[in-house]
Design a protein around this ligand. Structure first.
Ligand SMILES: [Zn+2]
Length: 133
């Protein structure tokens, strides 16, 4: 996830396909647009000009609604984030996830040990490593 608001990418065939797929999988429109790197308005704009796309978008939305009704698992941060579910279990999960996230486990103290091994003449070194098996 880039999170950046860079220049919107072109909403070409393949991006449209990816976008519609996300929508059909129950991802809400704004989130799907973000994930495709397009402006949230782009699909709506395209739909007004392009009846075929409007159709596909409508179908994807219907599929997405059905998907959400059937598959949404509550009490998950992803449900809160991706599907904008604001029910108590989802909100709690998202809050917990955020808290855990900002609290990244500190790396165990590690002192880099770079040992300079005494090197015998490399051309005559005959060290054999025993096979693991
Ligand atoms: Zn929920």
């Amino acid at each position: 996830m880039t999170g950046g608001r860079g220049r919107p990418v072109k909403f070409d065939e393949s991006t449209q396909g990816a976008y519609l797929k996300l929508v059909a999988e129950g991802v809400r429109l704004g989130e799907a647009a973000d994930r495709c790197g397009i402006s949230r308005r782009t699909p709506t704009q395209l739909a007004t000009r392009n009846p075929d796309f409007a159709d596909r978008l409508a179908q994807a939305k219907t599929a997405g609604r059905t998907w959400r009704a059937e598959h949404l698992v509550h009490g998950r941060a992803s449900t809160y984030n991706l599907h904008a579910c604001r029910c108590t279990p989802c909100t709690t999960a998202a809050t917990t996830a955020r808290r855990t996230h900002s609290h990244t486990t500190p790396q165990p103290h590690r002192t880099a040990q770079i040992l300079t091994l005494p090197r015998t003449n490399p051309t005559t070194a005959t060290t054999q490593f025993p096979h693991a098996s």
